[in-house]
Design a protein around this ligand. Structure first.
Ligand SMILES: C[S@@+](CC[C@H](N)C(=O)[O-])C[C@H]1O[C@@H](n2cnc3c(N)ncnc32)[C@H](O)[C@@H]1O
Length: 329
C-alpha cells in the first residue's frame, strides 16, 4: 500500500500539467484512502459543516473531496515537498517539524509525501476541528504503517490554537475563492505570529486582483477554435487584497480603485491567486479556490471608484463601497 502511495505522490510531483496522469494518481489515492477510512467524498448532503466564529469548517465529505481537485492537490504537494527539501538542505536540524492545521480525513497535503522521507527527517503534528476527520486520519496512518512520522494530534480550532513547538513549516488550506466563508485568514493571523521567524507558512501568499471584463470575450476564450483565436482583453485594476507573512493586519487593508470609463468592459471580476511555495502557484481556473468571481456589474449601476476591504467573522468576505459621481453620464 505504501508503494502505491509513493508512486502516486511521485507522479503528482513530476507530471507537470499532464492532467491524465494527475487524474489517475488522485483517483488511485482516493480509492486507497476511501477503502481504508470508509469516508466517501460524495456524501455531501449527509455531513455537517462546523460553524466557527471565524468561518465555516467544511464537512468531512467536503474535506475528503478536496483530494479530487487534482491540480490543487498536485501543486500543494509540490510546494510542500520543496519546502521540506529546503528545510532539510538548509538547517541541519532534524527532523523538520511540521504543523498541519485542517487535515481533513485523508491528510491529503502531507500523507502522500511521508513515504518519500524518513521519520528521522520529518515529524508532523495533525490538527483539525472535526473529531471524525481526525479519527479517520488516524486509522489511515495506522493502516499505512506511517505512525512513526506523526507527533501530536490536536482536535481544536486553529484560529485560537496556542503553539507550543518551534515548527519549521505550518500548512493550512481552509479557503474558498476570494477568501469567502472559510477561516484561512484567521488561521494565518493566529498561527504565523507564533512561529519562529524562519518558519515557512504554506500557502505563502493569497492575493485577490480586480479586472474589468467583457462577457463575450470571457465566454469565447473558453471555446475551442481551430484557427485564430478571437481577440481577448481585460482591463486590470490592480490588487484589492493580499495576505502573507508580512501582511496579516487585515483591518488596515483598504484599497480604493478608480474605475475607468470603458463601456465594453462592464463586469468587474475578482481573481484569486494562491502562491503555495516558491514558484508553485494556483491561478485562474486551476481549482475551485482560484475560480474568478463576478463582483460587480457596471451596467446595473455606474461606479467611479470602489473601496474594497476584507470583513472577518462568521462569514468572511471581500466587502465594498461604491462611489458614483453625480456628474458621470
Ligand atoms: C478545505 S478542507 C482541506 C482538507 C485537506 N487539508 C486538503 O487540503 O485536502 C479544510 C479542513 O480544515 C478543517 N478546518 C477548517 N477550519 C478549521 C479551524 N479553524 N480549525 C481547525 N480545523 C479547521 C476542516 O474541518 C477541514 O477538515
Amino acid at each position: 500500500m505504501t508503494d502505491s502511495l509513493r508512486k502516486s505522490a511521485r507522479t503528482l510531483l513530476t507530471c507537470a500539467d499532464d492532467f491524465a496522469m494527475m487524474k489517475q494518481s488522485v483517483d488511485s489515492l482516493y480509492q486507497l484512502f476511501n477503502s481504508i477510512t470508509q469516508v466517501s467524498a460524495f456524501n455531501l448532503n449527509e455531513d455537517k459543516d462546523i460553524m466557527l466564529p471565524s468561518g465555516k469548517a467544511i464537512s468531512i465529505a467536503a474535506a475528503a473531496h478536496c483530494l479530487l481537485e487534482m491540480k490543487r492537490t498536485a501543486v500543494f504537494l509540490r510546494g510542500i515537498h520543496k519546502a521540506i527539501q529546503q528545510k532539510l538542505n538548509g538547517d541541519k536540524k532534524r527532523p523538520v517539524h511540521i504543523l498541519y492545521a485542517g487535515t481533513g480525513p485523508y491528510g491529503t497535503l502531507v500523507v502522500p509525501l511521508l513515504p518519500l522521507f524518513s521519520p528521522e527527517e520529518i515529524n508532523v503534528d495533525l490538527l483539525d476541528i472535526n473529531q471524525a476527520s481526525l479519527k479517520a486520519l488516524q486509522t489511515l496512518i495506522k493502516t499505512l504503517g506511517l505512525e512513526s512520522y506523526i507527533g501530536e494530534t490536536y482536535c481544536t480550532d486553529a484560529t485560537t490554537f496556542v503553539v507550543e513547538k518551534d515548527y519549521d513549516i505550518a500548512i493550512s488550506e481552509t479557503m474558498l475563492a476570494c477568501l469567502k466563508n472559510e477561516p484561512q485568514v484567521a488561521v494565518m493571523q493566529n498561527l504565523i505570529p507564533q512561529l519562529p521567524p524562519k518558519a515557512i507558512f504554506i500557502p505563502e501568499e493569497i492575493s485577490i486582483d480586480a479586472a474589468l471584463t467583457n462577457p463575450k470575450m470571457e465566454q469565447d476564450r473558453l471555446l475551442y477554435y481551430e484557427g485564430e483565436h478571437p481577440p481577448f482583453r481585460r482591463i486590470a485594476l490592480g490588487n484589492v487584497f493580499t495576505v502573507n507573512k508580512q501582511n496579516l493586519d487585515t483591518a488596515q487593508m483598504q484599497k480604493t480603485i478608480e474605475i475607468p470609463d470603458e463601456k465594453a468592459f462592464p463586469i468587474l471580476k475578482l481573481f484569486t491567486t494562491v502562491k503555495v511555495f516558491g514558484n508553485e502557484l494556483l491561478s485562474e481556473n486551476d481549482s475551485s479556490i482560484t475560480l474568478p468571481k463576478t463582483f460587480y456589474d457596471l451596467r446595473q449601476q455606474l461606479a467611479n471608484k470602489i473601496k474594497f476591504w476584507y470583513e472577518q467573522g462568521k462569514k468572511p468576505h471581500i466587502s465594498s463601497q461604491i462611489y458614483t459621481s453625480i456628474f458621470s453620464n
